[in-house]
Design a binder for this molecule. Structure first.
Ligand code: NAD
Length: 295
């Protein structure tokens, strides 16, 4: 999807962090008029330099457009932003809220219900593919919501990557959390496996080459280790605390639907320990270094 839109259309985004900024930039490049807000002044300045229209509050940004994207750290913050928007009257009948944050599926269902009372639509559309995927427009977008509503937002969403409609509201957030439980498990286990192989005398690059031609491969062995861990940059742009949040959402969902996941609970426990001991903003790939240094 590279053709610009025929005439400018307004869209709002609240949350201009590692993901929100490159997403907004893609919409700007496609010809959308993008209204934005972030609590961080640095983020607001970066967005303005990219051509975005900065507002003084989230409510003002949301009120400026019929479609508002949320790209925020967690459900508690999403819920607060929506409550403020409801209380301030920023939402008008027919507004569409697209929560692209990795939020809790049951909270999304509740948000959809309370917004429906105001004739405001809600779609959950979390993403996978990281900062580089957002920059390149190669994200996978896991969408939950009414089919026609999703269809109406197809151009906006496809500027960022591939849309996979997974079901009704909440389903996108459920599948996203489950994906990241897998990803957290893969990264942890790949990092331990590399460490074990190295201690036995095989170098990390050789181990990964073998894994990547074999059944043990994953996004962690194919992308995260070669791009962010082997070079020692640990700069994927996805924080460890956000990965832990997602793994917890997935195990919470497992309990809710009554599926035991002892491995999932263990993954949450080991990630919790690593995240607690790493610096607050540490990238999630830093767990490989933490594992190496833990003894
Ligand atoms: P981030 O911490 O870089 O950005 C979040 C932004 O939200 C920050 O700039 C922060 O200032 C802003 N913010 C917080 N509270 C706010 C409020 N009340 N009003 C306005 N702005 C507020 O996080 P990120 O990496 O961009 O992730 C955003 C979401 O996307 C998270 O839910 C995360 O789990 C998910 N996600 C991240 C990645 C990734 O690779 N970084 C990939 C897929 C999904």
């Amino acid at each position: 999807m590279s053709e610009p839109i025929a005439a400018p259309i307004d869209v709002a985004i609240v949350g201009l962090g590692n993901m929100g900024t490159p997403m907004a930039t893609r919409w700007l490049e496609a010809g959308y008029r993008v209204h934005g807000f972030d609590l961080s002044e640095a983020a607001r300045e970066r967005f303005e330099a990219a051509g975005g229209i900065v507002h003084d509050t989230a409510d003002e940004a949301i009120a400026a457009s019929a479609v508002a994207i949320l790209m925020l750290p967690n459900s508690a913050i999403v819920n607060q932003v929506l409550t403020d928007a409801i209380d301030s009257g920023a939402l008008s009948s027919g507004t569409v809220i697209i929560d692209m944050s990795s939020s809790e599926p049951t909270e999304s269902q509740k948000n959809a219900a309370r917004l429906a009372e105001l004739d405001v639509r809600f779609i959950d559309a979390p993403v996978s593919g990281g900062v580089r995927g957002a920059q390149a427009g190669t994200l996978t977008i896991m969408v939950g919501g009414d089919e026609q509503q999703v269809e109406n937002q197809r151009d906006l969403l496809e500027r960022l990557g591939t849309v996979v409609r997974v079901g009704p509201v909440g389903a996108g957030h459920a599948v996203k959390a489950l994906n990241n439980l897998l990803s957290a498990t893969h990264l942890w286990m790949t990092s331990e496996a590399v460490l074990i192989g190295e201690r036995f005398g095989v170098d990390a690059e050789t181990i990964l080459k073998a894994f990547n031609g074999s059944s043990g491969r994953s996004g962690s062995s194919e992308v995260k280790w070669p791009k962010f861990i082997l070079p020692g940059t640990y700069d994927s742009g996805f924080a460890g605390r956000l990965m832990l949040k997602d793994a917890k959402i997935a195990t919470g969902l497992a309990r809710e639907v009554g599926v035991p996941t002892s491995l999932g609970e263990e993954v949450v426990a080991v990630w919790q320990k690593a995240v607690d001991e790493l610096p607050a903003g540490a990238d999630h790939t830093e767990i490989a270094r933490w594992l190496r240094e833990r003894e």
